[in-house]
Every structure is written in C-alpha cells, then in structure tokens.
Design a protein around this ligand. Structure first.
Ligand code: ATP
Length: 134
C-alpha cells in the first residue's frame, strides 16, 4: 500500500458499507471531530452522530451519515463498526423532519419520564440526516 493510503472498512449489521483504500477519514467521536491520516497512532474511539467524510484514493470526497459505533485505528487501517451508516440517497428527509420534531417536543416537555439524553441523541441524528441531504 502506498505511504499516503490506508484501508477503510465500515461495516454495519446489514452490510459492508465501505471497503477501500483511502487518503483521509473525518468523523465525529464522543471526544469531538477528528481527522485520521495514514500512520495514525493506534487507538480506539466511539462514534457520535455526525458526517463521515472520506477522501478517496483518487482525491474525491464522499459523505455519509454515521450515527453510532466503534472505531479502531491502526497505522494502516481504520475499522468502523457502525450501528447505522447511511449514504445521502438512503435518507428519507420527511422521516428525518418528523424525528426532529418529535425530539424537540420531548426536549421541551417538562414531563417526568422523558429520557433527555435519548431525545438529545435523536435530535442530533435528525440534524445530521438533514445536513447530509442538502
Ligand atoms: P426514527 O425516529 O425516524 O426511527 P432514529 O434516529 O431513531 O429515527 P436510528 O435508530 O438512527 O433512527 O435508525 C434506525 C434505522 O432506521 C436505521 O436502519 C436507519 O438507517 C433508518 N433510518 C432512520 N431515519 C431514517 C431516515 N430519515 N431515512 C432513512 N432511513 C432512516
């Protein structure tokens, strides 16, 4: 493999979402946004809802939504085990709009029994989907 490339493998419970050599991977983790280049220090991270930007081996950029999962990085490979990963074409914007409204309603309600963290994550997923679709 060329020095400026690394392997990216994104798998979900349903499919191999992506499997190719790439130049760079950018995504959101629970510790913030990160950019990963080849020869990165080996580590593991946790995915937070956000946009995965892949710089492919020919320099083209591709975007996908990544909602949750685990990332394992070695010097030559990035493995993402994602619970949910979506290309823009997979996204139903009306469903995302409904999810956004539902989450906002829950966050604004003062009812007991509303799981605020869950609603906050649902809101973030819906915002990622809307951003990706634009
Ligand atoms: P919803 O409340 O609409 O189910 P969610 O954020 O709770 O949204 P997830 O738990 O992230 O949904 O995903 C569950 C499944 O539904 C996944 O397979 C995901 O790809 C799919 N999904 C969720 N929202 C959309 C959407 N707007 N368009 C297409 N597929 C979606």
């Amino acid at each position: 493999m060329a020095e400026n490339l690394m392997k990216l493998e994104v798998t979900t419970p349903e499919r191999i979402f992506y499997d190719d050599d790439v130049k760079m991977v950018e995504l959101t983790t629970t510790e913030g946004d990160v950019g990963i280049l080849p020869q990165h220090i080996p580590t593991t991270m946790i995915v937070a809802p956000g946009i995965l930007t892949i710089t492919e081996k020919d320099g083209q950029k591709k975007e996908a939504g990544l909602m949750s999962g685990f990332i394992e990085i070695t010097k030559t490979k990035v493995s993402i085990l994602a619970e949910v990963a979506e290309w823009p074409g997979d996204i139903d914007p009306q469903r995302a709009a409904r999810a956004k409204e539902r989450a906002e309603r829950r966050l604004q309600s003062h009812e007991t029994g509303v799981d605020m963290q869950r609603a906050e994550l649902a809101l973030r997923r819906s915002l990622v989907r809307r951003k990706l679709k634009k």
